[in-house]
Design a protein around this ligand. Structure first.
Ligand SMILES: [Zn+2]
Length: 386
């Protein structure tokens, strides 16, 4: 049997968590692999009243196979009975005694060594310094540029000042050591980004600055294109959310295929881009784009955590045409247990998939381990010069 347990892991996409998560409720812990909980935990405007949603969300957590898998694996890891009360109590007592040591135990179990941290939308921003106090791993910042837009829109109604300050934010992130800019324009106006003139962006800014984001397409498309110019000129990677997600996603324009004209254009074809979340659930489309365009890479996060029962199919989809030097492992977790369970599941399934590919003559065992090493670790080291 191919054994991947000794391979170190760099997780290409996580979100930071606060030290207060050393104590979790049952629902908080088992909600992490349950996609349905995003309707409460990750929307920017309340979706429906919480008391109206809670009874259904409880049912959905109870009937989520990923949450059930987390329960069983954590119970075995903690050596306690397989029920949520017992598991959460044991987990909390370990984490409350020493959160860093508990996280270290989880990370060592699956070999997690480094994390690329997309700072998410939380305010105040959780910095790497803050995260590093309770997380024993190497950390790298991925600067979310939509946050700069969000904050600056509140601060000025003058276009030249706004744009100048946006550019300063990009420079500050580079000076801070960020290795990539991250765009979640799929949550704002969609991935069908059009390069527009600064004049058009200014007009959109002046008329729709205070509107809902959906009305700010010209402004946001212009800023993403500008950010990609800076990224290309300064050797930064671009991370672009290309997948479904929380309920406020612009679902009809979240398929990575929508990005193809931009990534293929002469202006941006030299940009080094990672499709974050590998297009999930359009994983085959993201993998196809990465196999066609030389500077586009695929991160497999999100489907790995929220689609744990079906990891096998997703691995096959990215491996079918995309060189394995272009595939980056990621979880999309935001607590240590989410990173742990995803890495555990992914390594186990990847080993079985590779076993089959060896049996079918695609590579030998030694090469199969090398495939896993690249996806789990070495591709990130090479791409980002870690
Ligand atoms: Zn994410």
């Amino acid at each position: 049997m191919i054994d991947l347990s000794g391979i170190p892991v760099i997780d290409n996409h996580v979100h930071p968590w606060r030290e207060t998560t050393r104590h979790l409720t049952i629902d908080e812990l088992r909600g992490h692999p349950a996609f349905s909980d995003a309707v409460l935990t990750s929307v920017r405007r309340p979706y429906l009243p919480v008391d109206q949603l809670e009874p259904s969300l409880k049912l959905f957590r109870d009937t989520n196979l990923g949450a059930r898998y987390l329960l069983g694996e954590l119970a075995r890891f903690l050596d306690v009975d397989e029920d949520w009360r017992t598991v959460v109590d044991a987990r909390n007592s370990a984490a409350e005694a020493d959160y860093r040591a508990w996280t270290d135990r989880l990370f060592k179990d699956v070999g997690i060594d480094g994390l690329l941290v997309d700072e998410g939308g939380g305010k105040p921003r959780i910095t790497l310094d803050e995260l590093g106090k309770h997380v024993p791993a190497r950390l790298w910042r991925v600067a979310r540029t939509d946050n700069f837009i969000r904050d600056l829109l509140l601060e000025t109604d003058n276009w030249p000042r706004f744009f100048e300050r946006y550019q300063r934010e990009l420079e500050a992130a580079i000076a801070d050591g960020a290795i990539a800019f991250k765009s979640v324009i799929a949550y704002r106006t969609g991935l069908d980004v059009q390069p527009v003139s600064e004049d058009e962006a200014r007009r959109n800014f002046e008329s729709n600055r205070q509107d809902l984001e959906h009305a700010q397409k010209g402004l946001r498309d212009f800023l993403l294109c500008h950010t990609m110019d800076v990224a290309r000129e300064r050797g930064m990677w671009m991370h672009i959310h290309a997948a479904v997600g929380d309920p406020d996603i612009v679902y009809q324009r979240a398929n990575p295929a929508q990005l193809y004209p931009l990534l293929h254009s002469e202006r941006f074809r030299a940009n080094r881009v990672v499709l974050i979340h590998g297009g999930w659930p359009w994983v085959d489309e993201a993998a196809a784009i990465a196999s066609i365009l030389p500077n586009v890479y695929v991160d497999v996060s999100e489907g790995t955590l929220f689609g744990m029962p079906n990891v096998r199919q997703r691995i096959m989809e990215v491996l079918e045409a995309c060189p394995y030097s272009k595939i980056l492992y990621g979880a999309d977790g935001s607590i240590p247990e989410a990173l742990w369970i995803t890495a555990r599941r992914y390594k186990a399934v990847l080993a079985r998939v590779l076993e089959d590919l060896v049996a079918e003559g695609f590579c030998n065992r030694r090469e199969a381990v090398q495939v896993a090493r690249l996806i789990l670790h070495d591709n990130a080291v090479r791409m980002y010069s870690l």
